[in-house]
Design a protein around this ligand. Sequence first.
Ligand SMILES: O=C(O)c1cc(=O)[nH]c(=O)n1[C@@H]1O[C@H](COP(=O)(O)O)[C@@H](O)[C@H]1O
Length: 243
Amino acid sequence: MSNSSLAGGNASSATKQIIVALDYDCAQDALAMGKLLDPSQCRVKVGKELFTAAGPAVVEGLQTMGFEVFLDLKFHDIPNTCAKAVKAAAELGVWMVNVHASGGEKMMAAAKDVLTGVSGRAPILIGVTVLTSMSGDDLASLGLTVSTEQQVMKLAALVQKSGLDGVVCSAQEAQQIKQQLGRDFVTVTPGIRPAGSDANDQVRITTPEQAISMGSDYLVVGRPITQAPEPKLACQQIISSIS
Ligand SMILES: O=C(O)c1cc(=O)[nH]c(=O)n1[C@@H]1O[C@H](COP(=O)(O)O)[C@@H](O)[C@H]1O
């Protein structure tokens, strides 16, 4: 069974919908947080800061601890370069990898194509639509005159047309994506904030409960867990709130 068929529409009945964003500047801190978390209860995300500082070794370290890793490097480049980066990610054995949907159909299709030649389990390949830190005003400043929802839907349709498994979006758009693109099209949603938490730099936010009720498959949660006084407890509370 491919990773893709494990994701999507049935994820809401599965466990491990929480992906903890390990946004740290060194492997030591990321692995220390990993020790507090339970790989049978959540997955982890390695993003640009941690990967740039610590490289593939930290991915391997987390995998050795039993975690499935979402490698969030948001590749965005010419098709050949992007596809080769996705291939390198797949060879690290990661569970999920992402590219920017705004790289376009040719870039995304090349990234998907390269995975057919990868031995073993291919990672779930996801396209980032509009960053959850962005509002309509931010889009306008880029010269986009459509609403955030319209832009997310436009990019999500392009992601699907390019053959990818799903999108990163805010949970606010997850319901519409499921309605228009099908329940098996995976929605990965950052911008998760338990009631009363600081939004930080996130704009399009929802609580974990709202994200699940809107049809989100996977909830990416960073600071509300990693900067909590008791991260393990914060993670457990979020898991309980959606179970
Ligand atoms: O691709 C992502 O994971 C991502 C996309 C997006 O639109 N917004 C977003 O916040 N993220 C990532 O999700 C994480 C959210 O972290 P917190 O805001 O601390 O919960 C960060 O690691 C971001 O890099």
